[in-house]
Design a protein around this ligand. Structure first.
Ligand SMILES: Nc1nc2c(ncn2[C@@H]2O[C@H](COP(=O)(O)OP(=O)(O)OP(=O)(O)O)[C@@H](O)[C@H]2O)c(=O)[nH]1
Ligand SMILES: [K+]
Ligand SMILES: [Mg+2]
Length: 399
């Protein structure tokens, strides 16, 4: 029996089993069994170079966004609209057969947008090009789930299930469960709050299913069996997802309003021929926000900041910023001067652990430079940059 048949069999058994206190342990065990089989399913088949076979596209720019959706929801139309790169769009399903990259220029940064073939129910089990599409989505920073606003809401659930089946967790944070395998000592099970879904016995059973007999488990929230399995599997990917409802031109305004009010959702319409679109600027703004990119501009001493090429990354510390410029830079840094919203003074002297924010300007002061009396890359005389962030431009910078 193949892996997929085994999964189907267990799913059928779960559907037959009534949910109550007495069957709770058995159901938990079945869930763990399915999770193990799904993980096996993710291993690349023999003789292939990986799950992304034929779909690999070199990463480019400051971030990567994948377009996921059923066939003919308008993914290719959207790519062409946002990036200017032509991707064939047509009224028949499966027009797109491979991965097509385009570039969005937004807020001084470049974002790689990937158009992909439509996926269908069963994609996680290898139907259509499901496996490749999913592998590409896992390699991206966020996912845009493109939906046809005129079709059933069920599509969103089906796609979410398909992505969950391969270990993607959309708009969720990792469960607050500490888990560590040990060599000896048995299983220690603790929690910092009362638990309503999982007790010691259930936890033991799940661990037993994984043949884990020595481990430390600490629940820091009232997590479920599924959460525990996610933590044990350890291969889950937590991703932001924006639900993009396209084709709102063909539905009534009341329905548009309903969709637009859902969390993490943006409603749009793309009409390529008429060159007409609705709400794409809102989509770009939302995408930018969810990606959590941080623009940090470099400012050599005595010169204007370089606003053309920001150094990015969410949660960027001064150390990350230096590493991004050059690996060997960090050891030479004496301190940095920071202008922008993360700075309390103008400029603020900061160390390597300082957390930078979007549109900060950073000047690096190297150890050697001071010792050698200001020689080297940065000159010692000061100069104030003429342009700074939109927010900060009223306040001129001084070095
Ligand atoms: N009415 C309307 N039609 C749209 C909109 N966006 C796209 N379409 C049409 O929908 C059809 C499918 O568009 P595609 O861009 O090919 O869709 P896709 O998701 O890339 O399709 P596959 O590659 O086959 O998965 C085309 O006929 C488009 O012209 C929209 O906002 N409104
Ligand atoms: K199509
Ligand atoms: Mg397409």
């Amino acid at each position: 029996m193949g892996i997929i048949e085994k999964i189907k069999e267990i799913e059928a058994e779960m559907a037959r089993t009534q949910k109550n206190k007495a069957t709770e342990y058995h159901l938990g065990q079945l869930k763990a069994k399915i999770a193990k089989l799904r993980t096996q399913l993710l291993e690349p088949p023999k003789g292939s170079s990986g799950a992304g076979d034929g779909f690999e596209v070199t990463k480019y720019g400051h971030g990567r966004v994948a377009l996921i959706g059923f066939p003919s929801v308008g993914k290719s139309t959207l790519l062409t609209m946002l990036t200017g790169t032509h991707s064939e769009a047509a009224s028949y399903e499966f027009t797109t057969l491979t991965c097509i990259p385009g570039i969005i220029h937004y807020n001084d940064t470049k974002i790689q947008l990937l158009d992909l073939p439509g996926i269908i129910e069963g994609a996680s089990e290898g139907k259509g090009r499901g496996r490749q599409v999913i592998a590409v989505s896992k390699s991206s920073d966020i996912v845009l789930m493109v939906l046809d606003a005129s079709k059933s809401e069920g599509h969103r659930q089906i796609l979410t299930r398909e992505l969950e089946a391969v270990g993607l967790r959309l708009n969720k944070r990792p469960p607050q469960i500490y888990f560590k395998k040990k060599k000896t000592g048995g299983i220690s099970f603790n929690s910092t709050i009362p638990l309503t879904h999982v007790d010691e016995k259930l936890c033991y059973q799940i661990l037993h299913e994984y043949k884990i007999h020595n481990a430390e488990v600490l629940f820091r929230e009232d997590a479920t069996v599924d959460d525990l399995i996610d933590v044990i599997e350890g291969n889950r990917k937590y991703m932001k997802c924006i639900y993009v409802y396209n084709k709102i031109d063909v539905i009534g305004i009341d329905d548009v309003d309903k969709l637009a009010r859902q969390p993490n959702s943006v409603v749009i319409s793309c009409n390529l021929k008429a060159g007409f679109n609705l709400n794409l600027d809102r989509l770009l703004a939302k995408m930018w926000e969810e990606m959590g990119l941080v623009r940090v501009y470099t400012k050599p001493q005595g010169q204007q900041p370089d606003f053309s090429d920001p150094v990015d990354r969410g949660g960027c510390t001064v150390e990350d910023f230096c590493n991004h410029i050059h690996r060997s830079l960090v050891k030479d840094v004496k301190y940095v001067l920071v202008w922008g919203t993360s700075a309390r003074h103008y400029p603020q002297h900061c160390g390597l652990s300082h957390l930078l924010q979007d549109e900060d300007v950073v000047q690096i002061v190297k150890k050697k430079e001071k010792e050698e009396g200001g020689r080297g890359r940065f000159k010692s005389h000061s100069n104030a940059p003429a342009r700074i962030s939109d927010r900060e431009k009223k306040a001129p910078l001084k070095t």
